[in-house]
Design a protein around this ligand. Structure first.
Ligand code: C5P
Length: 211
C-alpha cells in the first residue's frame, strides 16, 4: 500500500522553498493504523518531523516530482491512500546558487504545475483496486469532495473541513465520500480517524476478496 503523506517542498534555490502547510500527522496515523491491521505499508513521507510508525516501510522524499516517482516505484499495490499535501506548483527553474537580495525589486518567481500524483495513479495502467484521496476544504466540504472524487477518478475521497484548527492539531472531523454515499464521522483524534478509515479499507478489501 503506497501512502504519500506530509507536505512537499519545492526548491527555489539552495536555501528557499515553497511548501504547503501540513504536519503529516493524519497521514502517519493512517499508516500506523493500516500496518496495525496487517497491511504492508510503504509510507512515502514528505519533509515532516514525525517518527516512523511501527511496521511501516518509510521512503523520504522532498519534492512532488520525487514523491510521484517513489509512488510509481512502489506499485503494484492493492490500495493507495493519498494523504500528502502536494504543492500544486514548483518554481519553473531551480537556481543552483542563493538568489541575492538586490537593493529594490524582489525577484519574479515563475511557477509551473506539478504532476497530480493521485490522478496519474488512478488513471494509470497499474491502478490499485482501491484508490483513496483526501480533500482539505474550507467551504462546501461535501459538494467539493464529490466533484473531486469524479475529477480525480478516486474511489473514495476523505474530506476534512480545515476552516478550524485541524492543520497541525490532533483532532479531525471527516466525511468519507464514495460511490455509495457519504459517511460523516464525529470529531475525534486523528489516530481514531485513522483506525476508522483503516477498518473500512480492510472491510472493503474483504468484501472484494469474497466476490
Ligand atoms: O486538488 P487537491 O489538491 O485538493 O486534491 C487533494 C488530493 O489530491 C489529495 O489526495 C492529494 O494527496 C492529491 N494530490 C496529488 N497530487 C497533486 C495534488 C493533489 O496527489 N499534485
Amino acid at each position: 500500500m503506497p501512502h504519500p503523506a506530509g507536505p512537499t517542498w519545492e526548491a527555489i534555490d539552495p536555501v528557499r522553498y515553497i511548501a504547503n502547510r501540513s504536519s503529516g500527522k493524519q497521514g502517519f496515523a493512517i499508516a500506523a493504523a493500516a500496518a496495525a491491521l496487517g497491511a504492508r505499508v510503504t509510507l512515502v513521507a514528505g519533509p515532516v518531523a514525525l517518527k516512523t510508525p511501527a511496521g511501516v516501510k518509510r521512503l523520504d522524499v522532498e519534492s512532488a516530482q520525487e514523491m510521484a516517482e517513489t509512488v510509481k516505484r512502489s506499485l503494484p499495490a492493492d490500495v493507495a491512500v493519498m494523504v500528502a499535501a502536494v504543492a500544486d506548483w514548483r518554481p519553473k527553474e531551480y537556481r543552483g546558487e542563493k538568489i541575492k537580495k538586490r537593493g529594490s525589486a524582489p525577484p519574479a518567481l515563475m511557477l509551473t504545475e506539478n504532476p497530480d500524483i493521485l490522478t496519474n495513479l488512478a488513471t494509470g495502467a497499474k491502478r490499485p483496486g482501491l484508490v483513496i484521496g483526501f480533500a482539505a476544504e474550507t467551504e462546501n466540504v461535501i459538494e467539493n469532495a464529490k466533484q473531486k472524487r469524479k475529477r480525480k477518478v478516486a474511489d473514495w475521497i476523505v474530506a476534512n473541513d480545515v476552516s478550524g484548527d485541524v492543520m497541525g492539531g490532533d483532532m479531525n472531523r471527516v466525511h468519507i465520500v464514495s460511490a455509495e454515499g457519504v459517511e460523516t464521522l464525529n470529531e475525534m483524534p486523528k489516530s481514531a480517524v485513522a483506525m476508522a478509515l483503516a477498518e473500512r479499507i480492510a472491510a472493503a478489501f474483504r468484501a472484494e476478496a469474497a466476490e
